[in-house]
Ligand binder design. Structure first.
Ligand SMILES: [Zn+2]
Length: 197
């Protein structure tokens, strides 16, 4: 069974080296779930974060404008969970947390778009990133998105009627551990279920 709790980003990156479909080395990326700030902030985050791991560090830029705030600063997170933001303040750290930054391990070679996503990073003890859990594991087959919300269930969504993933009426299946099933069987299984919607 795959590990699901990580003290450090370094631990997370080690859970899987290669894509379960094509064996390509997975890329570690710092990215965000949200490109728009929370409604309470009445502003917009202008730059999505999509930062590849280089020399054990993810570099990022926070660009944000609202009536009361104009933020444009840079920072980095390293694999030992140290977070540095150039113009750091509690406000900017909480703005960064609102963007729901997280670490993805992604395959950028095959058409399956296989990935593992860590839960959003939190900063209860700055400048350190809190330990975090595995949040999701997913891949695509054509228009289908197959997603394991970790260890509870496997969901299949259709990209064509997807507005917000969480609101989409996907098909819920009993949990399928992607790593311990033959990949042809897995793809077949998903396509069989998907013919019903
Ligand atoms: Zn792949």
């Amino acid at each position: 069974m795959i590990k699901t709790y990580f003290n450090t980003i370094e631990d997370f990156i080690k859970i899987r080296d290669n894509c379960i479909f094509c064996n390509q080395k997975l890329d570690a990326i710092l990215t965000t779930y949200s490109s728009i700030g929370p409604p309470s902030n009445h502003g917009a985050i202008l730059a999505n974060i999509n930062s590849k791991l280089v020399d054990d560090k993810f570099n990022f830029r926070i660009k944000y404008t609202s009536i009361s705030q104009n933020v444009d600063t840079k920072g980095w997170i390293d694999i030992k969970n140290n977070c540095h933001i150039d113009e750091s303040s509690d406000e900017i750290l909480s703005l960064f947390a609102d963007m729901m930054p997280h670490i993805d391990l992604q395959c950028n070679k095959c058409k399956m778009n296989y990935y593992l996503s860590g839960a959003s990073l939190r900063f209860d003890n700055p400048p350190l990133v809190n330990p975090f859990i595995l949040f999701a594991e997913g891949f695509n087959i054509g228009n289908l998105i197959i997603l394991n919300t970790w260890n509870t269930q496997t969901n299949i969504y259709n990209k064509n009627n997807l507005t917000l993933l969480t609101k989409s009426p996907g098909i819920q299946l009993p949990f399928i551990p992607f790593d311990s099933i033959n990949k042809d069987v897995l793809i077949n299984k998903v396509q069989t279920y998907a013919t019903f919607f």
